[in-house]
Design a protein around this ligand. Structure first.
Ligand code: FES
Length: 131
């Protein structure tokens, strides 16, 4: 059952809970898949499934996969962000036009070896974090 918000402090606590759910541990990769309706229509469901399956196949235990809504990069759906657990949402590397093949590459190159797929980065006006 959803928590009832009765005060400003309740709202702040709810916000913090949500931020905690999005955060990861510093040694963790956090993979965020845009899953708004039109992201799904563009294939995000298959991308999410592929990333999940490949993370398991590769035996990567330091990966947290979460879903979000619109990233604002609608022109490049499906969109996937990869960040370290100690980075805030939006500070990681954002990949666009992600299909099954690119989703596998994200796992086998970025999550496994820390290699950024520079050719697939979209919408980044900040420095790309390269571990
Ligand atoms: S609705 Fe999918 S990124 Fe905007």
């Amino acid at each position: 059952m959803a928590k009832k918000v009765n005060s400003w402090d309740d709202l702040k606590a709810l916000r913090q809970d949500a931020l905690n759910a999005l955060a990861g541990k510093p040694e963790e990769w956090v993979v965020v898949v845009g899953m708004a309706t039109c992201c799904s229509a563009a294939g995000a469901d298959q991308v999410l499934k592929t990333i999940d399956e490949n993370v398991k196949q590769e035996g990567l235990s330091n990966v947290k996969i979460i879903q979000t809504g619109c990233y604002g990069n609608c022109y490049a759906e499906p969109v996937v962000e990869v960040r370290r657990g100690d980075q805030a949402m939006g500070e990681g590397v954002r990949y666009g036009y992600v299909d099954v093949a690119r989703a596998k590459e994200i796992v086998t190159r970025h999550l496994k070896y820390g290699e950024v797929l520079k050719e697939a980065v979209v919408g980044q006006d900040q420095e790309v974090y390269i571990p």
